[in-house]
Each structure stands twice: as structure tokens, then as C-alpha cells.
Ligand binder design. Structure first.
Ligand code: IPE
Ligand code: IPE
Ligand code: MG
Length: 267
């Protein structure tokens, strides 16, 4: 029987015959093109240590780094991180301020590393609501990294999927009203072209930490056929090994897109 032990920050699957890291078992021919993560559980992580919720946010940066590095190591081209939702603005001012300051500090500290890794940074969400400094930092990092080709790091900030879709509906309606678009031309593709994510492929794998089994207004359109994985791990405890295990679990799924298994085998 396989046992899970913790060894130097790695969960290692151990059995009597071998010791195998999840990463080594990944099939590099079947890598998800787009992974999205709901990074949840910082507050509970802090509370369980008798600390303020903000302590959890401060200790979440390593987990973000783990996710980015893991993606980079196995060449996942798109990673979207749910960093701050449109509903998170309703949290106490102190927590929102801490999160914005932390975001700004982290961008300052990590910008060079992101660029050196060859990652292109994008931001999706209602960025106009963000503090000017944070918005400027995000735009500047997006500009600096715009020619990078190793992978795309997409931060969902002040992001809400329902608002994103409403925005698309309004833009499309305006085009129809102005005679620039025919109603018959409102296809799935047309709709997607009005979402923040228009240049990104659909999500293949959605991971949520913290044990909550919900989507919380994240990429509702884009996850139509995503594989969903809910982990009983609080975000600050998330390691690269957790990530690689998610990829392994993803790889054993048969993605049928409405077809039958027999049809897939024939093709
Ligand atoms: C996720 O952790 C971080 C953000 C939503 C910004 P939480 O702060 O939601 O932590 P929990 O879910 O309350 O434990
Ligand atoms: C979702 O987590 C948002 C982010 C991780 C940024 P929440 O903690 O805000 O979600 P709910 O409120 O538990 O659904
Ligand atoms: Mg939460």
C-alpha cells in the first residue's frame, strides 16, 4: 500500500519497492494547456495558528511561487491565479489594504524573477478599482514581459465572472445597436472575444484549495469542460508536489466532451 510522507517539503509516494516523485510520473505529452487555481484558505491557516487572517496572506507567497515554478518546470503555457475577487472588496478595510500592499510588495520583489523565467504577465478583472500604484505596477510588468514566450501568468484581480459576462453582453448589444454586428453572428467565439480571456485557451484543469467545493464566481464560461479538483490543503501549505499530483490525477481522466468512450477510442 502506498504511504504519503513528508520529506524536505516534498510529499513522496512510498511503497516497499520504490520511491517516486509525482513529477517523474507525469506524461509530458498530455500536459493541460491552461490551469486555473482558486488559492483559498489563507485565513483559516492563520486562525489555526492563533494569528490574524492577514498572517495567512503574508504566508501565501511561497505557495504562489510553488505553483508558478511547477508550471514552468513542466511547460504549462497558461496559469491563471484567482488572487482577489470582485466580492473580496466587501472584506474589512484592514484586510483589503493588507492584501493590496502585499500585492504591490510582491510585484516589486518578484517582477525580475517572473521576467527572467520568460513568463508573460497578464491581468484580468476590473483593474480600474485597484489602487493606482498596483495598477501601474501590473501594466508595467505586462509591458516589460510582453515578448516572453515560456508561459503566460494571468492574475485574476478584482475579478468576477458574472460581471465579465455582463460586460461582454453590453459590448455586443452596443455593436448590434450601432449596426456593426448581426444577431446571427453572436456565436460562442464572438462571445469569447468579448471576455477578458479572449486570447487564452479554455481552462483544462481547475484546482481549488481549502476543502471548499465551489467556484466562487471564477471563469464560469471558461471552465465549461475543465476537470475540477478540490484539495483538502490550505493555500499556504500548497507545494509543487501537490501541483504535480493534480496533473497526474488530471491525466487519468477521459475527457469525452459529450461523446462516448467508444467514439474516442476509434478517433
Ligand atoms: C484566499 O484565502 C485569499 C483571498 C480570498 C484573497 P481566504 O482569505 O479566503 O482564506 P479563508 O478561505 O477565509 O480561510
Ligand atoms: C475565492 O475565495 C477568491 C479567491 C481565492 C481570490 P473566497 O474565499 O473569496 O471565496 P468564498 O467567499 O469562500 O466563496
Ligand atoms: Mg476563502
Amino acid at each position: 500500500m502506498a504511504l504519503l510522507i513528508l520529506l524536505e517539503d516534498h510529499h513522496v509516494i512510498v511503497n516497499s519497492k520504490s520511491m517516486t516523485l509525482a513529477k517523474d510520473q507525469i506524461n509530458l505529452e498530455n500536459i493541460p494547456q491552461h490551469v486555473a487555481i482558486i488559492m483559498d484558505g489563507n485565513g483559516r491557516w492563520a486562525k489555526s495558528r492563533g494569528e490574524e487572517r492577514t498572517f495567512g496572506h503574508k504566508n501565501a507567497i511561497d505557495a504562489v511561487r510553488n505553483a508558478i515554478n511547477a508550471c514552468n518546470e513542466i511547460n504549462i503555457p497558461y496559469l491563471t491565479l484567482y488572487t482577489f475577487s470582485s466580492e473580496n472588496w466587501n472584506r474589512p478595510d484592514k484586510e483589503v489594504n493588507t492584501l493590496m500592499n502585499l500585492l504591490s510588495e510582491t510585484l516589486l520583489l518578484e517582477a525580475e524573477e517572473i521576467h527572467n523565467k520568460g513568463l508573460r504577465m497578464h491581468v484580468i478583472g476590473d483593474v480600474d478599482l485597484l489602487p493606482d500604484l498596483v495598477r501601474d505596477q501590473l501594466y508595467s510588468l505586462a509591458e516589460i514581459t510582453k515578448d516572453n514566450k515560456k508561459g503566460n501568468l494571468i492574475l485574476a484581480l478584482s475579478y468576477g465572472s458574472q460581471k465579465e459576462m455582463l460586460k461582454a453582453v453590453k459590448e455586443i448589444s452596443q455593436k448590434v445597436k450601432d449596426g456593426k454586428l448581426e444577431v446571427e453572428d453572436i456565436t460562442e467565439k464572438c462571445f469569447e472575444n468579448h471576455l477578458y480571456t479572449k486570447n487564452f485557451p479554455p481552462v483544462d484543469l481547475l484546482i481549488r484549495t481549502s476543502g471548499e467545493v465551489r467556484i466562487s464566481n471564477f471563469l464560469l464560461w471558461q471552465i465549461a469542460y475543465a476537470e475540477l479538483q478540490f484539495l483538502d490543503v490550505l493555500w499556504p501549505d500548497f507545494t509543487k508536489e501537490h501541483f504535480f499530483q493534480c496533473i497526474l490525477d488530471y491525466q487519468i481522466k477521459e475527457r469525452r466532451y459529450g461523446k462516448t468512450s467508444e467514439q474516442l477510442r476509434i478517433n
